[in-house]
Design a protein around this ligand. Sequence first.
Ligand code: SF4
Ligand code: SF4
Length: 340
Amino acid sequence: MSNKQLAMVLDLNKCIGCHTCSIACKQLWTRDEGMEYMWWNTVNTMPGEGTPRGWENLGGGFRNGEAKPGKMPTRKEFGEAWNYNFDEVLNGSKGGGQHLQIKGEQPDWGPNWDEDQAAGDYPNGYSFYLPRICNHCSNAPCVAACPRKAIEKREQDGIVIVNEDRCRGYRFCMEACPYKKIYFNQEKKVAQKCIFCFPRIDEGVAPACARQCPGRLRFVGYREDRDALVWKLVDKWKVAVPLHPEYETEPNVFYVPPMNPARIDENGNLDFTQPRIPADYLESLFGPVVHDALGILHAEMKKTKEGGQSELMDLLIAYEWTDNLGGFDRDPATVVQQFE
Ligand code: SF4
Ligand code: SF4
């Protein structure tokens, strides 16, 4: 059990799919050998197959309190790191005669293979971006599945980390995690995953994905801290909900669901009576509570459109970027040596 629990809220209405978060994470944590294919932070277009491919159908997690069998994603399902002919183009003195291209077998899948593919029929197509990290679950099946007790929740903040000295590479955690957020490092023969940037957290610096997000859509804070925006969005306003609560892992990453744009009817007019993103699709992602969350969001937005004030809308706008970071707003440049 952890004394406190760090959490993150992501407002899906503000994500522009720029992948700054993924790159910030990759630059910091997954540049070593064996980590080439790892993206601890992913941003997928929904509805889509996601990363790893079809992860929502790979099992894991719990059902009625019992562990549900899960499948380990293959490297191909995660998407390999592609090799390019950099040498030929940059050092081969081939002038303009050579173009950058992938070397060897041509891929038929990658982490963002189905990016920006919408669902629905014109003119009512729809899509949204879903950024994902490890959920640092309170009831973490990865922790329960490891016979070596190599995965632990930090007592001080509930961050889930792999102790690489204890890990023997059995990969039961990869099968057990229903979000498929654990990777296997073939060089070191250990499991590796998002660490919620704990070395930064320990120094008062927010995780890189949250600090770098130009959309200011990631809110960081302790679940128990009533001054933190995380608490206000999850517990007070109840507009931030977990992804796939039916996995029974008690995730600590929450999402403000996408508010539906209006449909366009056969005469080209806006029709506000029918949601463009099917309600049952959103329910399949976030459970039935998503309808209440969307109801609150629409009501508060209406209030502001009519000239009123809304604490919720002000929170979600995040006028000051430091407001998002729950006190973890120290400049990383002041502690940079420790992260290198
Ligand atoms: Fe473990 Fe997966 Fe939950 Fe992260 S998301 S704590 S890896 S079960
Ligand atoms: Fe979305 Fe922010 Fe990531 Fe860009 S950096 S993809 S806006 S979560």
